[in-house]
Every structure is written in C-alpha cells, then in structure tokens.
Ligand binder design. Structure first.
Ligand code: ZN
Length: 317
C-alpha cells in the first residue's frame, strides 16, 4: 500500500534569519513562501522556502535560533538534503556557486545521476542533483536563478544511520517506499528507497556505524516530513504506526498542513504532513512571504512578537 507520496518538507536550523534569506533566495533562487514564527517558540522566526506555491516536495524550512551551539555531523540525522535540477544544469550551478565564493565538491555519481555538494553559512549539507525527476517539478520563475537551471524541488534526503535494517523495514513497509537500487561499488553503504517518479520521491539511507552520534543545532536538520494526501489517510497511517509499536504524536494544526510526528528506529524525527491546505490559506499566491503571518492563537501577541524579532529585509518578489 503506497500510503505516502514522497517528501513534504525538510526543516533545518539556522543561526541568522537575514543571512538565511539572502542565501536561499539570493543564491539558490528559491521563493520565500511563508514568513512566520515557530508555533512552539513564537519569538523565533520560521522561514519557508519553495517553488512558486510552496508545493509539497519543494519546501525547505528553517527555525532561526541565534546563539545556539552548531550542529555536530554524525549518524541518526538527515545528513544531506538534495535539490533536483534539470539534466544539463550542473555546469551552470558550479559556475554560479564559485561566483558566490561557495566551495563545492562532486561526490560519486549516484546510480547514474551527477551530484554536487556544498554547505550553507551554518554548515548545512546541501546537494544539487541533475535528474529527469526535475521535469515533474516547477521552477520559481521570478527568482534569482534563470528558470532553465532553477531548482525544481527536492531530489532526496540522505539519512545517516548507525544500522540499516529497521529504518529500511519502516520505509519499505508502512511508508510504501520500494528498495530501488543495488548499492554501488563506490558507495557500498548507501541504500536507495523510492516512491513515485517525481520530485521528492527518494530517500537514501547511508549506513555509518562508526560515525559519532550527531547533535542538533544550527547547520543541522531538525526533522523531515513526508506527504500524505489528506487527514483521513493521515489517521489511517497513524493507526498503523501505533499498531507497529511507534509513539506517534496527536494530529497538530500547523496552519498550512496538519502533522503527526514520530521517531523512526534510526533516531530521525519523522513528520507526516497533509498536502492541504497549503500556503495560500492566509495570503494570496502573489504575496506569499511578503509579511509576517501568525496563527490565530498568536495574533493577539503580534506587537510583542514583532518587537522581539530582528528586522528582516525581504526579497523584492
Ligand atoms: Zn515540519
């Protein structure tokens, strides 16, 4: 049963909201589709980037927490987040990143797809992969990157795991992914799982038993969310999770989607998020990301919240 249809969003931690905006809009050419606060910590920004609409499968979000310790890389986390670009676009990206003084490397190609890897200013590991999957995604056409090269959403995440079997069992069982490829000689510890043919349909599990345990902080991924069509499918999936022995949270209203959370056996925090209602629920598509949006329970504290948040220079479009 294919319960889930790929990645919904990835949420990471950054140390500086303005630098974050400048990098993800100005350098990577994503659209700021929502500026809000962390609903559980309303004096911290929550920034959402994506394609024009912030379609599920394109959305990278950040909690902006200044002053915290940086993340330590290791296992039990999402170790890399990969964007999809059209086949043939990587040469442009290499030149572009170099022109912005961002160092990049080329890890071994993965099952025939070329990869470049680099870091944001906090050290978050990012990848750009040239893939036919990009054809099913949409470029943000008014962004800083020419549309023919622009990011079309996620290609994949790589989970760094101490072991492999239990995470594989969950992905290939209740979550409906297929174990897609035989590990290559160049990366014998990377296992690929796929669902669908489009963007956000890939999860790699890299088995790194000797790596230290990662710690969260700026430059680290906080959680990864997977797509479920609607609340009914989410409830069915939750029942299945609980039956399988997982502690799943109750359904939470995140304004732009509804979510449940649980920790997968390898230690990564997973979220299951609905495709609807989406980001146009509180501002028009044209004006997405143009002002601070607060959920109704926080609106009455707007003055206090705005007074404590650092001012931001938003992108012009
Ligand atoms: Zn989330």
């Amino acid at each position: 049963m294919n319960t889930l249809s790929g990645l919904h969003h990835v949420t990471a931690i950054c140390s500086d909201a303005q630098k974050n905006l400048d990098f993800y809009c100005g350098t990577l050419g994503l659209r700021l589709v929502k500026l809000t606060v962390n609903f559980d910590d309303p004096f911290a920004y929550h920034l959402y980037y994506g394609d024009e609409l912030g379609r599920p499968g394109t959305v990278l979000t950040f909690f902006a927490w200044s002053g915290g310790a940086p993340a330590q890389h290791g296992n039990r986390v999402v170790a890399a987040t990969a964007f999809a670009v059209p086949v043939g676009a990587l040469e442009w990206w290499k030149t572009h990143l170099t022109s912005k003084n961002i160092e990049w490397t080329t890890p071994p190609a993965r099952w025939g797809e070329e990869v470049i890897q680099f870091h944001d200013f906090d050290g978050l590991v990012l990848e750009i992969i040239a893939t036919p999957r990009a054809e099913s995604g949409f470029a943000w056409e008014n962004g800083a990157v020419p549309a023919q090269y622009a990011i079309r959403g996620f290609h994949s995440v790589t989970i760094a795991a101490e072991g492999y079997e239990h995470t594989a069992q969950l992905l290939g069982g209740a979550m409906g992914f297929r174990n897609a490829e035989t590990p290559s000689l160049l990366e014998p510890h990377r296992f690929r799982f796929e669902v669908g043919q489009g963007i956000g349909g890939v999860v790699d599990v890299a088995c790194l038993p000797d790596a230290p345990r990662a710690t969260t902080g700026a430059g680290g991924v906080h959680h990864v969310a997977f797509r479920v069509a609607d609340g009914a499918a989410q409830t069915r999936f939750r029942v299945e999770l609980v039956r399988a022995g997982f502690n799943a949270s109750p359904v939470m209203d995140r304004s732009y989607f509804h979510s449940i959370y649980f920790r997968e056996p390898g230690g990564v925090l997973f979220e299951i998020a609905t495709d609807s209602p989406g980001f146009a629920v509180d501002e028009s598509v044209e004006r997405l990301g143009s002002m601070l949006q607060l959920p109704s329970q926080l609106e009455r504290y707007r003055a206090q919240i705005e007074a404590r948040l650092p001012p931001l220079q938003l992108p012009s479009s």
